[in-house]
Ligand binder design. Sequence first.
Ligand code: FE2
Length: 388
Amino acid sequence: MLARNELELRKFFAPEFIFGCGALELTGRYARNFGLRKVLLVTDAGVTGAGWAGRVCGSLDEAGISYEMFDCVFENPRSCEVTAGAEVYHAAECQGIVAVGGGSPMDCAKGIGIVSSNRRNILAFEGIDLVRMPGPPIICIPTTAGSSADVSQFAIITNEAEQRKVAIISKTLVPDIALIDPLPLTTMNTTLTVDTGMDAFSHAIEAYVSNASSPVTDLHALQAIGLEVSALPDALCAPGDLQTRYRTMLSSLHAGLAFSNASIGAVHAMSHSISGLFDLTHGRANALLLEHVVGYNYIAAPDRFDEVARTMGLRPAGLSGHERQQALIRAIGDFRRSLGIGETLSEVGVEPGDLPELARRAFVDPCMATNPRRLKPEEIEEIYAAAL
Ligand SMILES: [Fe+2]
């Protein structure tokens, strides 16, 4: 007999995407296919320094597409960066957007797109399906294997006045095309590799246990988990190896297709809350929370978590429920420590006195709606305390 959720009607979003070596060289051709003559190129200093923005510019030049560069994007992009980018977009009379970078430039670019077409501040779109007018054509070229903003209907922007991250979820945020090339991953340093990898790993686990999961998203989520646990350690040993980077990019793609359609959960809700107040990357915050949230959530979906454990290579058969829960918590903790992430939340500056406010913010984050266990603010506080 089919489980109830397998009979429900579901809707799925994914952009057209090109996956493989050389994809980024197709930027000019796709911009031309969209009928664009001038685009806003959104990127950041790191990506420019590594030469990837230049490669994309070369492709645009070859196709006869002119561009205006906007590279004033920083980690955890703020609403003022989106506003500034939209002003440049209009002043330069652009017709479309090309984003080159990790989650920050891509989220900022998506924000610039909907601000340009709706003429409202980006913060007005916080929540689910509140964008009325779609933005101009947008081409995303990811240079990390983690955020999957290139295939997702999510954009995360920081409300700097309130020091909190705002989740905007809308099908208008799905890019028109993603050019997914593993080559830019070869210049990522160790920290960026593990932080973005743990972000993808968190997407996959949260999507698999989400109360909006479905058979389609399950396939992608489990593929992502299996690939990540094997490929991420390899990528640390051989950062320049294209085959290995290809596998981490594939994992990130699977995780993105899963979470964009099944959504995520408490790890992300709690991590958004932390990154709004503390100077911590998104992936690192997820990594420090993941095993603690999984431990707390386990009783709400034990069969699902057991499948996560099996996909990670554990053998939960024959163990009691408590033993299976503890084995999974241990395995996730061991995985992150094996990647060099050994710190706790207190070591990055979080203090016990911060927890009530962090929990209050996480409680109202839209990602909490699909967490498999309904959590009260005091329970969220308990999970933060366990990660201190
Ligand atoms: Fe994430």
